[in-house]
Ligand binder design. Sequence first.
Ligand SMILES: Cc1ncc(COP(=O)(O)O)c(C=O)c1O
Length: 354
Amino acid sequence: MQIVYFDHNATTPILPKIQEKYPEWLAMVGNANSIHSHGQHSRGLLENARDELCAIFHANHCIFTATASEALNLAPKLWDSPAITSMGDHACIINNPAVKPIIPLTATGLVDLDFLENYCTQNPRPLFLMHLAHNESGIIQPFAQIAQIIHQHGGILVGDAVQYAGKYSMNMAQIGLDGLVISGHKMGAGFGAAGLLLMEKPAVNPLIYGGGQEYGYRAGTENTPAILAMVMAQQLSLEYDWTAHQPWHKQLEQLCQENGCQIIGHDRARLPNTSLIIHPSQRGVDMVIKADLLNLCLSSGSACSSGTSKPSASLLAMGIAPTLAQNSLRISSGLGQNGSDFQKCCEILTKILK
Ligand SMILES: Cc1ncc(COP(=O)(O)O)c(C=O)c1O
């Protein structure tokens, strides 16, 4: 039976154009730090990819890492500063002991701007790490306004653009971002590469020590094929017309509503590929398992570990009761999917939501 994949916010299949290029990239033997011509060939491709990525985001510098989790853990080290974040941010930010998740979300899923303003008045020069679009709900934060508040108080803003970057073009200088993080496997590049884009070069204070790669900011031999794939995927994603996904998601959400579900962030600016629903009586994990048995891949907002499932922290931060928060189900589409894929998804959803 053909897989119906609607879990693109978790990870994405490798794009066909990248699959075509991969054998050529894998055939390269050179370590980008070697002096011989094969190494220098890799170095040339790597630096070209760095320049292209900087140009896409209007950034001045870029540090390649293996994952976005690593890049977001690196940020507080580079600025050598404790950081703050929102209560709804990704676990790779919230679980870092150097980051305090103290900024509440409003009931609509947005960062509480009054709280942020007050916090910054009392604690000037904050380092704020924050998602630009939420991985569960797809809700887009008012990041230009947030940047203004942070900068008025002499702070630094690093945007977690893991879910946002492949959907919209961005000019870091115009938005007011000091740093921005992307992840290759969220945009059709496969695993192994992520990037921290920067406006200014911070002090060299790495998370990983070693041979001085990435200009001393991140030791470890660069994964050249994965980096080339990530930059190509970023370009392809920005050429893609995501607007077609909006009516398909709307239809799918209508079906969910007819089955008694509520749609999180239905009246908010959201990513064009994400629907987060709450079922009145079924747990998210149960619906994911039922869907899986019918070959539809979805995700629940709950974090599962040791056989128990905890309700999504970000839904709790929005004031949703734990009993309802554990009934969340995320449906996330991806580049190249069409009306027929959505139709198959809806047919299976009809069976599992009852
Ligand atoms: C918003 C967001 N930030 C960060 C990450 C971590 O990305 P990676 O898997 O590259 O470490 C994810 C992954 O789910 C994410 O959705």
